[in-house]
Design a protein around this ligand. Structure first.
Ligand SMILES: [Fe+2]
Length: 340
C-alpha cells in the first residue's frame, strides 16, 4: 500500500548556461517557451498544463522532476509520512508542493492544485486509408511543415544506482505499478517501466522508467507526446533541417509500443517525441521482459548501441548488465555495509 497515488508526471527541470539557446532548441522541438522570474525559462505543451520543462541559468544539469497528485490532501498525507511540509509552489500555475529527494539524490517535487489553461485545440485527425479500410475518400492529405505539436510530458527515464532500492521508494511513495520489469538475466531485474495507478482509467504504459545501467546513475531522457505520427515526422524534418543532434529514431518500440524519435538538447540531455503508445488500467497487471525487448524495435533503426560495425549482441549487453547488478548487490550485502 503506497502513501499516495500520483496522477501523472508534471514537469522536468534543467539548468543550462544559455537560456536563449535553450529557447531556440525547445521552440524547434515544438514547445511553447516563456520567461519566468529569476533567470528561468519555462516551456509548455498544448494540454493546458502551466509548464512541462523548466531551465534555470547555470551549468548544464538535470535538476529533477515533478509529479502531479489529485489533491492537497494527498500532499498532506505525503508530507506527514515523509516528515516535510506542504508549501506554496512558486512557479507558473501556482498551487502547493511537497519536495522530496529520491534515493539517488534526485529532486522530486509533488504538486497539486496548479491552475491549468484551457487545452489548445488539436488539428483534426486525418483518416488514414489502408488496404483494410479506406475511410478518407474524395479528400487529399496536405500537411504544413514546422515543429511538432507537443501536447504533454509523458514520461521520464532515470538511470539509478540500485534498481530495487529506487523501485521500492517510488512505489511506496507514489503507488506506481510495474508494466514491464526488465531482467538482465532470468531472476536479475535491472529496471522497470512503471505506470500510474489510476484504477479503471487506462493510463500510459509508463510514466517513469528506472534503469540500473553499468554507466551509473543520472538522467536518461524525458519524453513528450506529440499530436500524431505525421506530426512526429514533420517535427523530425524540422529538427533535422535546423541541424539539431538526433539521438535515435524514428522507430516503434516494443515495450509501450510508441513510435519514438529522440533528440539531444544543446547540452546533450535527451528529449523524446512519441505518439501512439499503449494505455493500461490497474487491472492489466505486470509482465517480465528481456534486454532484447527493451532495446530492439518493431521497425526503425537499431538502438545506437547496436548500430556500429563491432556492436555487441543484445545477449552480451544483457550479460554485462546482469554482472553489474549482481556485483552491486554483493557489495550491498557485505558485512561492512559497504555501499557501491
Ligand atoms: Fe521514452
Amino acid at each position: 500500500m503506497s502513501i499516495i497515488k500520483i496522477e501523472d508526471i508534471a514537469f522536468v527541470r534543467f539548468a543550462a548556461p544559455d537560456l536563449d539557446e535553450m529557447r531556440s532548441f525547445l521552440t524547434q522541438f515544438g514547445l511553447d517557451c516563456f520567461d519566468g522570474q529569476g533567470d528561468r525559462l519555462y516551456a509548455k505543451g498544448r494540454d493546458g498544463a502551466p509548464f512541462v520543462h523548466s531551465t534555470q541559468h547555470g551549468d548544464p544539469a538535470f535538476r529533477g522532476l515533478g509529479l502531479r497528485v489529485q489533491s492537497v490532501q494527498d500532499l498532506q498525507l505525503l508530507a506527514a509520512a515523509e516528515g516535510v511540509a506542504v508549501k506554496d509552489f512558486a512557479a507558473p500555475g501556482g498551487g502547493k508542493v511537497v519536495r522530496l529527494t529520491d534515493p539517488d539524490g534526485v529532486s522530486v517535487e509533488v504538486v497539486a492544485r496548479q491552475t491549468f489553461d484551457a487545452p489548445q485545440p488539436l488539428a483534426e485527425d486525418i483518416p488514414r486509408n489502408s488496404a483494410a479500410g479506406r475511410p478518407r475518400q474524395r479528400a487529399a492529405v496536405r500537411l504544413a511543415g514546422g515543429p511538432a505539436h507537443v501536447i504533454r510530458l509523458g514520461h521520464c527515464v532515470l538511470n539509478v544506482s540500485d534498481f530495487q532500492m529506487s523501485e521500492r521508494w517510488y512505489k511506496q511513495c507514489f503507488g506506481f505499478i510495474t508494466s514491464d520489469e526488465i531482467e538482465a538475466r532470468p531472476g536479475t531485474a535491472m529496471g522497470a517501466f512503471m505506470r500510474c495507478d489510476r484504477g479503471d482509467l487506462p493510463t500510459d504504459h509508463h510514466t517513469l522508467f528506472l534503469a540500473q545501467l553499468p554507466s551509473g546513475k543520472g538522467f536518461n531522457h524525458a519524453a513528450f507526446e506529440v499530436a500524431s505520427f505525421d506530426d512526429l515526422m514533420l517535427g523530425h524534418n524540422h529538427l533535422k533541417s535546423a541541424k539539431r543532434a538526433p539521438a535515435w529514431g524514428v522507430g516503434r518500440h516494443i515495450l509501450g509500443s510508441q513510435i519514438f524519435d529522440y533528440w539531444k538538447d544543446p547540452w546533450g540531455h535527451e528529449l523524446e517525441h512519441w505518439t501512439d503508445g499503449d494505455l493500461f488500467s490497474a487491472a492489466d497487471g505486470s509482465n517480465k521482459a528481456t534486454v532484447q525487448d527493451l532495446l530492439a524495435v518493431q521497425w526503425g533503426p537499431p538502438h545506437p548501441m547496436f548500430a556500429g560495425k563491432f556492436a555487441p549482441s543484445p545477449n552480451v549487453v544483457g550479460f554485462i548488465m546482469m554482472l553489474s547488478v549482481r556485483i552491486k548487490r554483493l557489495f550491498r550485502r557485505s558485512p561492512q555495509g559497504a555501499t557501491a
